[in-house]
Design a binder for this molecule. Structure first.
Ligand SMILES: Cc1cc2nc3c(=O)[nH]c(=O)nc-3n(C[C@H](O)[C@H](O)[C@H](O)COP(=O)(O)OP(=O)(O)OC[C@H]3O[C@@H](n4cnc5c(N)ncnc54)[C@H](O)[C@@H]3O)c2cc1C
Length: 494
């Protein structure tokens, strides 16, 4: 591609993983009049993992006007009711729990959950495990899809599992058909202008690409934002220890496909199991400070009951984020801007947020860069907020088997002040509802999720068996019956 000068605005995206093609799809949809090109190396592989989403992925497809019936079958996608955390706690009655995406119907059961959780903190021996309070927890246990029969008057909030390579392929074909120019070449260097902006990308073919804005979707290479523009990276390693993953695919074991991600604690990290229509994705995310790659692989293979000849892939990563996601005329999206380990499957959500906010500010700023500072503050706030929620899983663990888990409980001083205040409020036995709002923690996770993480780990003092008064306030049998009846409106996944 030769240099051109024209008044038509142009965007260039470097990288063709999920981040690149999601960015291209959103930009092309909102700015169909712009010249948009995506350059990716046929030699440098995409990371090829990332198979779980948050409910926000629904709005990505809605923005593009794509129905589930169109994209899901092409990406082997399944529905995700939530995440089941297994063996993160050794506290009796709390060795596993389900983290739901709250829905309107949970308004019937959440007050009971919040009441009982708070009572339990005060030592009253009531059941406060989230497993028993959310309809989607039951749907997930029964491998049911979160899609209700038509007569059921409530919509259920859910997310997806999908094959990430197929998702990128699907978006690529669609984006090219809609006019995005696809260049297959390696970017070998870039040239800066006198203002310090990126002037052009130089390709291995000798050609170059000029554009008004460059999107760095080059994955962990972070070729533009960190390498060309020297933007600093803030590490999360004081709070999050994991830096490696070993992944493998297995056949679906059950007849009915699961409808939840399962996250099981291992000796030096945790393992995911993600059901797709054609296979199950598995991965062990661990800290190489506590286990060697070889031992981690052995533990992983044994845990998925797989043959040692199974094909595994090793991945290394660093957790943290760049300090500026939009700098000069470059916006970093995806792994190039940072990574929070995949415990809550938030990476695609952050991609959507980054591109969505860029679009808002680019439109408001009449194509100038006046909103960069605000944009960077907001994206940093989102990254750090999710990091805190993910880190809280480790701080609240009560496993005693390895140094990894014991050390993970330390270092509270590195947690944000807001989370420390919330923990104090929880321990005091006051309801945390107001506190979550006051500290703006609901901008990262809803109130129900904060109750869930504390309760799910059994972060309680010992129960006082003599105090039973509050136990009678709610009839848990009625609650179970309500959830059972509601669940009859849902079908099993195929
Ligand atoms: C172990 C693990 C588990 C994960 N699980 C989840 C999950 O469950 N849910 C979730 O949302 N996210 C998850 N993620 C994150 C998710 O995989 C990524 O956020 C997502 O795939 C986006 O990756 P990317 O497009 O930024 O980078 P990549 O997939 O690495 O793509 C980089 C692209 O840049 C191109 N490129 C790089 N350098 C050059 C160059 N010089 N010239 C030309 N092209 C170049 C490559 O060819 C490639 O196309 C996980 C990540 C890891 C590591």
């Amino acid at each position: 591609m030769n240099e051109h000068s024209s008044h038509v605005k142009s965007f260039c995206i470097l990288g063709g993983g999920s981040a690149g093609w999601m960015t291209a799809s959103m930009l092309q949809h909102v700015f169909p009049q712009y010249r948009i090109c995506l350059v990716e190396s046929p030699e440098i592989k995409t990371v090829g993992v990332g198979e779980g989403s948050t409910p926000a992925l629904k709005s990505f497809f809605e923005l593009l006007g794509i129905n589930e019936s169109e994209w899901m079958p092409q990406c082997d996608a399944t529905y995700k009711n939530g995440i089941f955390f297994d063996k993160w706690s050794e506290n009796q009655g709390y060795t596993n729990y389900f983290h739901a995406f709250p829905s309107i119907i949970d308004n019937h059961t959440l007050p009971l959950f919040m009441h009982n959780s708070t009572a339990r903190v005060r030592g009253i021996g009531v059941n406060a495990n989230p497993n028993d309070y959310f309809l989607t927890a039951k749907l997930a246990r029964e491998n049911k899809r979160p899609i209700a029969q038509e007569s059921f008057p409530f919509e259920i909030n859910y997310a997806y599992h999908f094959n990430s390579a197929k998702l990128a392929d699907y978006l690529r074909i669609r984006a090219i058909a809609n006019g995005v120019v696809h260049v297959q070449a390696e970017v070998v260097s870039s040239e800066l202008s006198v203002t310090g902006d990126i002037a052009k990308l130089i390709l291995d073919s000798g050609d170059s690409i000029v554009a008004d804005v460059f999107f760095d979707c080059s994955g962990m290479a972070s070729a533009l934002i960190q390498k060309a523009l020297n933007v600093q990276f803030s590490s999360y390693d004081k709070l999050l220890f994991n830096d490696s993953a070993v992944v493998a695919q297995t056949c679906n074991a059950k007849q009915n496909i699961g409808t939840q991600t399962i996250s099981t604690a291992m000796k030096a990290g945790w393992k995911w199991q993600i059901p797709l229509t054609t296979r199950t994705g598995n991965g062990y995310v661990y800290s190489s400070r506590y286990v060697s790659d070889e031992l981690a692989e052995d533990e992983f293979i044994n845990s998925i009951a797989a043959d040692s000849k199974i094909e595994t892939k090793l991945l290394k990563f660093k957790l943290g984020r760049v300090n500026k996601h939009w700098h000069k005329n470059c916006v970093a999206v995806g792994l190039s801007q940072g990574f929070i380990e995949p415990l809550e499957a938030t990476a695609l959500y952050l991609i959507q947020q980054t591109v969505g906010k860029f679009i808002d500010y680019w439109q408001k700023g009449q194509e100038s860069c006046e909103y960069q500072t605000k944009f960077n503050q907001e994206i940093n706030f989102q990254f750090d907020g999710i990091r805190d929620y993910v880190a809280l899983h480790y701080k609240l663990n009560s496993r005693t088997d390895t140094n990894y888990w014991q050390d993970s409980r330390g270092g509270w001083e590195n947690m944000s002040d807001s989370v420390l205040q919330l923990v104090d409020c929880w321990k005091s036995g006051q309801s945390i509802v107001q506190k979550v709002k006051e500290l703006k923690l609901d901008q990262h996770y809803p109130v129900s999720s904060w109750f869930t993480i504390f309760s799910g780990h059994g972060f309680y003092p010992p129960a006082n068996k003599n105090v039973v008064a509050e136990q009678q306030k709610y009839d848990l049998n009625k609650l179970a019956e309500f959830i059972r009846r509601a669940s009859l409106n849902f079908d099993s996944a195929q």
